[in-house]
Design a binder for this molecule. Sequence first.
Ligand code: XMP
Length: 515
Amino acid sequence: MNKREMVIVLDFGGQYNQLVARRVRECSVYCEIYSYKTDIARIKEMAPKGIILTGGPNSCYEEGAPTYSRELFELGIPVLGLCYGAQLMQHILGGKVERAEKREYGKTEITVNTDCALFQGVQEHTTCWMSHFDYISRLADGFVSVGHSADCPVAACENTDRALYGIQFHPEVLHTPEGTKMLYNFVRGICGCKGDWKMDAFVEQSVKAIREKVGDGKVLCALSGGVDSSVAAVLLSKAVGDQLTCVFVDHGLLRKNEGDEVEAVFGSSGNYDLHFIRVNAQQRFYDKLAGVTEPERKRKIIGEEFIRVFEEEAKKIGAVDFLVQGTIYPDVVESGLGGESAVIKSHHNVGGLPDYVDFKEIIEPLRDLFKDEVRKVGLELGLPEYLVFRQPFPGPGLGIRIIGEVTEEKVRIVQDADFIYREEIAKAGLDKEISQYFAALTNMRSVGVMGDERTYDYAVALRAVKTVDFMTAESAEIPYEVLNRVMNRIINEVRGVNRVLYDLTSKPPGTIELE
Ligand code: XMP
């Protein structure tokens, strides 16, 4: 395989490390994240076109703080230090870093030298996001300051002879409006990258690589209808056609019409030349879940039953050569920086499949991609937009959006309510703004009146959150009139519901799902 140009991010524990890599990739340059503990020999072997050192929570002058050998700056490869990375570069090369009297935090105006290659096309007075206690009080030999703020004499510095750059702020966050331009200047200008990381090229190269690897082997893919497994399946299908079998388990806990939608795309009337097996296992799951109310038990039962169903199908197919997994880059990063021996996460729609299926090797065609890149590949491959931009949906499905016991009747109620909610949110044009939204069925029944009749029915809870990383979230502000419309329609159209509630809880203390 021809070597693609790459920039590496050395992670010093900053909270934005993945964001740095994503921004670099937005400049059409492939970028990978490695721990600061990565050996210099490994870095030399990778021969990156540039190195970016991230921020981090430590003080570089403290004993035991993350560091790197001086040799990193002597490789002749351009280096850009961000925040902690900038301070560390100075500390190692002979500059001085000290604790400032006051912390500089938040949006800050800085003045930059626009002759500096890093700031080409950037306004002289620009806004950036600062978050630091320490500051560079003396520059190492060969460096000059190319940016300052009211409180920070060295907001940016350079040593052009050695292509070493440091900036005290975070160009990767949106609070630094010209940050991506600065990263672009570094990777495309200073590092001289041509910008060959494009999703159409990715598809072409992946198809070629998959064909070479698979030969005339048999490939099996567990398809959930989620973005990752759908894109992985289509990529495989494009590469090896009917050597691929996709097994889609309908556990009866999908959103309304979802099973049919997945079948319409991948089944015999769809566009792909693959073997598609839909397993209608709804009743099996309902039987197993009967009488079970404890959330963790429900999750376990759904996960285990899923594996059992999949295993039965796999046995019918017999031994396969390759099993496809929809692992994506954040999974690789989170399961141990460095990717040397990245553990395959089992949360991917299914739990621990590889132990149960007779296969020789795993193929993970999306393991280098961020989610937004997976979506681009999906569009490139002609997948319908509603599939590509589908919001996250948990593996256990509606099983964890029905509080208490799951029954077929409750599944129907939550499916219908959720369908109305999604329809109205889309009609109001809010679907792009909200990260995740759904209806859930509380296990509460209450008294109401409809017509002249007393009712004693369920309460549906509407949830909508805004989040970047799904680790924390805020409830979304949905206009009252939209909520009102949703409430009216649910009460009128969904049998068994007489009350609609809006869940205002943020995460923490709440989680996004209700169970
Ligand atoms: P919570 O409820 O933990 O959800 O705040 C955070 C994000 O993860 C999704 N989620 C899951 N996804 N299997 C999955 O594949 C699961 O068991 C699961 N539980 C939660 C949830 O939808 C949200 O996006």
